[in-house]
Structure formats: C-alpha cells, structure tokens
Design a protein around this ligand. Structure first.
Ligand code: PMP
Length: 349
C-alpha cells in the first residue's frame, strides 16, 4: 500500500492491501467469460475500507500534523471505514470518535469499542429525507467544532480516499497480467470506483469500469426512489468525490437482488461475502448478455459476510423483508448466461 502516500506503514497496518484474487469458476460455469473476485475481507480490519483509512491518515501522522495523545479523529461511517480508522487510531494512540446510526450492527459497534473508539449513535433520521446520513454529517460537524485539535478525514470528499484504490486496481492489473476487460465496483463514497478509474486511465488500460449502485440511491439516476436496507453501496447524499464519468457502465441492484447474490455466492463458491458483494454478483448477471465471449471480469468484493449474519444471512430477516424467496437461490445457484437483457429491469424495492 505504499504507492499513493510514499511512506511505508508499520505493524498490523503493513498488511493492508495485497488481498487475494480468486477465480469464481463454479458460479460462472454457464458463462462464456471468466470471473475473478478480489477478496477485500483479507485486509486486517476486514474490509476494503482499510485502504482509504490508512491512506487518509498515515501521511498526516508521519508529517506530524496528527499527534498521538493530542489529536482526535472524528468521522461518520456505516461501519467498515470506521473499523479501518479505529484500527489505525488504536495503533498510533490517536483518539477516535465515530458517528454511526441505528442501522449499524451491535457487532460492528463492539468491534469499534474493542479498538478503543468512542461511538456516537444517531437515532433519528433527517426529518426531510428520512435518511440518517445527513444527521450523521451534522453531528460530525458539531463535534469537530466543539473538539480542539480534531481532524475529520471526510471520506465523501477526501481525494486520498479515492487515491487509495489506485493500488486496488494496480493489484488486479498485475495479478491478471494486464488482461482485465471489466471491473465491477460497488459505489458508495465512489472512492473505489474513482481510484480504479484513475489507475485505468493513467496506465492506458482498456479496462471498463462497472459502477454498481443501489436502487433508491442518489448516485446514478436510480430507477426508483425507496429506502435501502443494506449498507455499503448506494448513498442518500451525493459525495463531493463523485465523478460520473469514472463509470463506463452503471447497474442498479435492489436489496433483494443483493441478498440473492450473496446466497448464491456462498452456496456455489463458499465465499461468505457482505451485502454489496451480492449486489456485484447480481450486477454481473444483468450485464452478462453484453459481455463479449472470452472476456475477463473482476468483482471487487468489499467485505465478508460475518458482519451480515443478522441480516443478509438470517432466514428470518429475509422472510420479514421479502417473504418466501429462498427458491431464488435454491433453484439456481450459478449465473444465467442471458438473463435480464434489459439492464433497467430491476426487482422493485
Ligand atoms: N461496500 C461496502 C461493504 C462498503 O463498506 C463500502 C464503503 N462504504 C462500499 C461498498 C462502497 O465503497 P466506496 O465508498 O469506495 O464507494
């Protein structure tokens, strides 16, 4: 992970990045192109967000702008960035105040506290939009104004968030010897998408980037406006980082489609992945009819399924939100070669 900041991380932080790339031969059995997955849960904090956490803070510590025992880092996160920052701040002895909301799982909050983070939970959504993110951002701004020597990395606007993912794309490119046709990125802050796109452009690659957004998100003209149950991909506030031209294709995925993608991924490949990873699987299936034979596709799987045992992997939770839908992954676990030729076709939310 030394590329974008030029300074080498130490200790546990030296293991951020360099995640494995595996081929998904079983789920892609009926397809006429190859599918690989970059398994970001192998980062020490368990997700892709270890990369931007490190890249946003390391240079500041090493330049003396952030001083252990003096400075406080304050940030809003749905979970994964928070854990990455908590891990970093714990290693360097920085105080970390993390703003989450009631949708953040108890397990994630326990992990944050285990790293020594202080957790502030927003309980009421924004009265106008009904979303939690605007309220979380307001609380971050208030805490920053009240706390002397505080620093807000602001993942939604910080170019070092996106820059961290130049390395993600470089690793994919190097592992596949420069022969990558499509890379599927779940888009939230759009850091992953933006950083991969920057690398593709600067290296002059022909790789096309597929942005995977949630139905109901404000990022890429969602076909419907609705609440979202699965954190990670999609957002309710347009990030300053967002550059729509970073995506060559956009696919919207509903919560149910993301759940089905997760269940099929674990059922066929034994890859227990998070909700946005299921969205990538669903997006790949929707794109499949447009992908030329012989292509190589990569799904960047942001995190593991352990953080979703009470939601995506709970039969009770799935039944409560979507009804009796188990046949959707039990009857067909591989991806269909020519399903959903119309990309706009989505399961309504
Ligand atoms: N999936 C998961 C599980 C995430 O935690 C995130 C980050 N919020 C994303 C996808 C989206 O990544 P990015 O912020 O780089 O767009």
């Amino acid at each position: 992970m030394g590329e974008s900041h030029g300074l080498l991380p130490k200790g546990i932080l030296s293991t951020v990045g360099g995640t494995p790339l595996i081929e998904l031969e079983k789920i892609a059995e009926e397809l006429d192109f190859r599918v690989f997955a970059k398994i970001e849960r192998f980062n020490p904090g368990g997700s892709i967000k270890d990369r931007p956490a490190l890249n946003m803070l390391l240079a500041k510590v090493q330049s003396g702008e952030l001083v252990p025992g003096k400075h406080t880092v304050i940030e809003s996160s749905s979970g994964n960035l928070a854990i990455g920052l908590a891990q970093f701040c714990c290693y360097y002895g920085l105080r970390f105040v993390c703003v989450v909301d009631v949708r953040t799982t108890e397990q994630n909050i326990a992990v944050l506290r285990a790293y020594g983070a202080e957790v502030r939970i927003v309980t009421d959504p924004d009265p106008v939009s009904g979303e939690y993110l605007p309220q979380r951002l307001r609380l971050v701004a208030r805490l920053a104004a009240e706390t002397p020597d505080s620093y807000v990395p602001d993942q939604y606007a910080n170019p070092r968030n996106a820059a961290a993912h130049r390395t993600t794309m470089r690793e994919i490119d190097e592992a596949l010897g420069g022969r990558v046709d499509y890379v599927f990125c779940a888009a939230g802050t759009t850091g992953t998408l933006g950083g991969c796109s920057a690398y593709v452009r600067s290296a002059g690659l022909a790789t096309r980037l597929v942005a995977v957004d949630a139905v109901g998100s404000v990022l890429f003209d969602s076909p419907a406006s609705c609440g979202r149950l699965i954190p990670g991909h999609g957002t309710s506030v347009l990030p300053a980082l967002h550059d729509p031209s970073a995506a060559d294709h956009v696919v919207h995925v509903s919560d149910l489609e993301a759940v089905v993608g997760c269940r099929r991924l674990v059922g066929r490949e034994a890859v227990l992945a998070g909700g946005s990873s299921g969205a990538l699987v669903a997006a790949l299936e929707k794109m499949a009819p447009r992908i030329p034979a012989g292509s190589t596709c990569v799904l960047v799987l942001p995190d593991g399924g352990d953080r979703y045992l009470d939601t995506v992997y709970s039969d009770e939770w799935v039944r409560h939100h979507f009804g009796e839908v188990a046949h959707l992954w039990k009857d067909r676990v591989g991806l269909a070669p020519a399903k959903n030729p119309d990309l706009e076709e989505t399961v309504p939310c």
